[in-house]
Write a protein that binds this ligand. Structure first.
Ligand code: SF4
Length: 350
């Protein structure tokens, strides 16, 4: 009887330290662990991912894509902590994009400014208004709430590269976590976007572009760790509940039934191979702005042209108008029009 009650008591203790009460069950290992052990294994796992994948070299300048949300706040804290603890020798910077969304981005930029002071990381902010002449508030006023994330995502991708160039960094790190990657794998399958599917699980992308991007949280969930930090995050007021939202709910439902589902989706994406005979888009540069593009004009220029001509829908959807005018010679798989049309939330642009 005594042995039985001891066993029952032991099962309520943390699997790792056997001292404290467990507060969560890790989907990766199914172990029930306490908060302190979770923080410790989380940091150690990220360190191992960085070391095993040789993400950085000593002396590199690295920009942290900082939105003020949960993932990037955790990233800023953990990376600055590991850099100090393990002597990575990195020069870290915070890079934020100000899309011009009143009531959302102004608040979240305050969080990034707190990161700047608290973690001692220099901050660079680049705005859509300065780069493109439009804020997201103005764009939404013109186009409504249907395709706003398409504009925002395309502009952000380029804005991050331009901000990274201003900071003269060697790499950009983003806080994309396991949920984000699994969603993207699923969305790329649903869209039949082979080009993106083949690269969306890579821990480092864009090595042939202006700036390599690394995702040290690729196999990790950050929401439990976020509780360690004394921060709160806000949701974008223009966030749509569209395609990505449904994909997110779907994988969360799967996870409830099978906790490893998210990691398994990532594994499927990693093991995906493209037949060598498949024709892939060729990388070139935009004739208009010089940014990388597999079309004559990059996506940002196509969308901007539509906005400036007062015909914003011309940059969205099937090749008609602006898009077909400037890209008609290049009818390749994964055409600009198709991928623009299907993009929903650019904060998750890979
Ligand atoms: Fe931009 Fe994301 Fe807001 Fe969409 S949800 S408007 S992509 S910040």
């Amino acid at each position: 009887m005594e042995a039985k009650s001891k066993k029952a008591g032991a099962s309520r203790l943390c699997f790792l330290c056997n001292l404290r009460r467990p507060v969560l069950k890790r989907p990766k290992t199914l172990q029930q662990i306490c908060r302190e052990c979770f923080y410790e294994v989380f940091e150690e796992e990220i360190h191992q991912v960085i070391v095993q994948n040789r993400l950085f070299k000593s002396g590199e300048r690295v920009a942290i894509g900082a939105s003020g949300g949960k993932d990037s706040t955790v990233l800023a804290y953990v990376l600055s902590e590991l850099n100090r603890r393990h002597n990575y020798g990195l020069d870290l910077f915070l890079l934020s994009i100000d899309e011009g969304i009143t009531g959302y981005r102004d608040d979240s930029l305050e969080t990034v400014k707190r990161n700047e002071v608290q973690y001692g990381l220099p901050l660079q902010i680049v705005s859509y208004k300065d780069l493109y002449g439009w804020t997201m508030d103005e764009i939404v006023k013109m186009i409504g709430l249907k395709n706003n994330c398409t504009f925002c995502g395309v502009f952000r991708r380029q804005a991050l590269d331009r901000g990274a160039a201003l900071l003269k960094v060697d790499k950009l790190v983003t806080g994309h976590n396991a949920d984000d990657i699994a969603e993207t794998v699923l969305l790329n399958i649903l869209r039949g976007d082979i080009a993106r599917l083949s690269r969306c699980t890579s821990i480092t992308t864009g090595e042939d572009g202006p700036i390599p991007r690394c995702k040290p949280f690729k196999y990790t969930y950050t929401y439990a760790y976020f509780k360690k930090l004394d921060y709160f995050s806000t949701e974008c007021i223009y966030s749509p509940n569209a395609y990505r939202g449904f994909a997110r709910e779907f994988i969360k439902d799967l996870e409830r039934i099978r906790p490893r589902a998210i990691l398994d989706i990532i594994k499927s994406g990693e093991d995906f191979r493209i037949a060598t005979t498949t024709k892939m888009p060729e990388q070139g540069t935009c004739e208009r702005c010089g940014y990388i593009s597999s079309q004559k004009w990059c996506k940002a220029c196509v969308l901007l042209e539509g906005l400036n001509r007062g015909l914003p829908k011309m940059g969205i959807g099937r090749p008609r108008g602006v898009n077909s005018d400037h890209n008609k010679e290049t009818k390749k798989p994964g055409s600009v029009a198709k991928s623009i049309e299907s993009k929903q939330c650019g904060s998750l642009d890979f």
